[in-house]
Design a protein around this ligand. Structure first.
Ligand SMILES: Nc1ncnc2c1ncn2[C@@H]1O[C@H](COP(=O)(O)OP(=O)(O)OP(=O)(O)O)[C@@H](O)[C@H]1O
Length: 449
């Protein structure tokens, strides 16, 4: 048989003819035929985005061409990541994992969230109600309400509170406490369904004493999953088990959530966590800074607390950045150093732009409603502003793709990747569009002054 490279060149020639040079270069430029096996022809691609795109759009065409070329109509194609090429797109975040004993072993656990404790949770006016209510839930006597539903914007401490409660209850009581994300629960449910293991799945989750479920907005649009979740909820609730939920949105604002599930979510206490105000931010900063092995003078912390008034995650990323720079340059942290290092976070000497400001400017410019922007409507009049908004949020606030997806009504992270790629392409080919976006950002910036 001819070498793979030669076979691939011949096949690609055919593909180029069918697609034209523009689309061909976009999708096939850095691909190679890695191997031909008994069942598959494996095609190496440079990144996850290309992998998904080719899989969805071109696998049929390639299967046909390869089959014809090799006289092997039985061959399927699969797209694998090419390790030799740099990955341009961040891999999707792994869902959180809870092991057999309910141990929290997922992505968040591996990073900063691993040891999230109530002792490190700073209480302020923004979260006092949620915090007090969460503590009520794990007192020995039965809480005056059940369930507790905590909601708030990204990075305001919902996960910290849930994991903190989970750690506390396991330390102090001999109960079966489970913390997990709704996404993880969903994956387990689907797995159990496919493998005919529903009975043990139900047994497992209907015998929990304290059930802490994060990111329940993930259930949006998933009718079958919601139905099963409702059964789990009812079983736990009816046997007086304690249930705490956290979500980016109030139950009423979670799109396509079954009426009866939304009303269960609201049947106990609903508590919102707001963005922390200056004094709480400063306290959080002090707590976080004390865990680093570099010294942050009070003046530096005050400066950060004043400038970063959006999510606590941003405040933390400022600390991480400063620590890295200080170590790298082998120097102490003082206010001049802080201002210098953090200037890249700001526009000029401005404060960090907020998501609402980006969104507001886009809504005003395109004269569309917020609900349209957050909907799944595909009309260009709505989808284009949505893509712009996603692009600006990624660009200016550096949210993860999944966070952006969640913010826009629980869209998949691949939808966000696609949106940002579209805008990048527009920017490359249309100077007018580029000036438009520059002016839009300029306006947002000026409005802050
Ligand atoms: N009150 C607080 N005290 C101490 N740390 C806090 C507080 N609020 C938030 N944080 C910290 O901010 C970071 C982000 O918080 P967390 O992940 O809990 O946010 P979240 O609301 O769950 O966000 P998301 O919706 O994106 O999951 C964490 O490192 C957390 O420890």
């Amino acid at each position: 048989m001819e070498p793979c490279s030669k076979i691939w060149d011949d096949i690609l020639e055919n593909v180029r003819e069918k697609l034209g040079p523009l689309r061909f270069n976009l999708w096939f430029k850095n691909t190679r035929l890695e191997s031909i096996g008994d069942a598959y022809a494996s095609i190496a691609v440079p990144n996850v985005f290309t992998q998904m795109w080719l899989q969805e759009n071109f696998s049929g065409l390639l299967k046909e061409d390869i089959g014809r070329f090799l006289k092997r109509s039985d061959l399927d194609v699969r797209f694998i990541l090419d390790n030799k090429q740099e990955k341009e797109i961040v891999l999707p975040e792994k869902p959180d994992v809870v092991d057999e004993k309910g141990a929290y072993t997922g992505r968040k656990a591996l990073g900063l969230n691993k040891g999230l404790l109530l002792e490190d949770f700073v209480i302020g006016p923004n979260n006092r109600l949620a915090y007090t209510a969460a503590l009520e839930m794990i007192k020995e006597e039965y809480p005056p309400f059940n369930p507790l539903f905590i909601h708030g914007n990204v990075g305001v401490g919902k996960t910290h509170l849930l994991v903190g409660i989970w750690n506390r209850v396991r330390k102090e009581q001999t109960v079966n406490a489970v913390y997990m994300s709704a996404e993880k629960w969903t994956n387990e449910f689907i797995y159990a369904l496919q493998k005919g293991k529903m009975e043990s799945f139900r047994q497992r989750y209907r015998n929990v004493d304290v059930f802490l479920i994060d990111d329940v907005h993930f259930l949006s649009n998933k009718q079958g999953v919601q139905e099963e979740f409702l059964h789990t909820f009812n079983a736990l609730y009816d046997s007086s088990k304690r249930i705490i939920f956290a979500s980016d949105a109030h139950p009423k604002q979670i799109s396509q959530l079954k009426e009866n599930l939304a009303s269960r979510f609201m049947s106990g206490m609903v508590a919102r966590i707001e963005r922390p105000e200056y004094a709480t931010r400063l306290l959080i900063l002090r707590t976080k800074a004390s865990k680093y092995d570099v010294y942050f003078p009070e003046e530096a912390l005050e400066y950060i607390a004043e400038k970063f008034d959006d999510s606590v995650r941003e405040v933390e990323s400022a600390l991480v950045t400063l620590t890295a720079h200080a170590r790298f340059n082998d120097r102490k942290i003082d206010i001049a150093f802080v201002k210098d290092v953090l200037k890249e976070f700001f526009y000029g000497d401005d404060k960090v732009v907020k998501v609402e400001e980006i969104e507001g400017a886009v809504l005003r410019h395109f004269n569309i409603s917020r609900s349209d922007l957050h909907s799944s409507r595909k009309a260009k009049t709505v989808s284009f502003p949505r893509q712009i908004c996603m692009y600006l949020i990624k660009n200016q606030l550096d949210w993860s793709y999944q966070q952006i997806g969640n913010y826009f009504g629980n869209k998949k992270h691949t939808t966000v990747i696609f949106a940002i790629k579209k805008i990048n392409e527009e920017l490359k080919k249309d100077d007018q569009f580029k000036s438009f976006l520059d002016i839009l950002m300029e306006k947002i910036k000026k409005a802050k002054k």
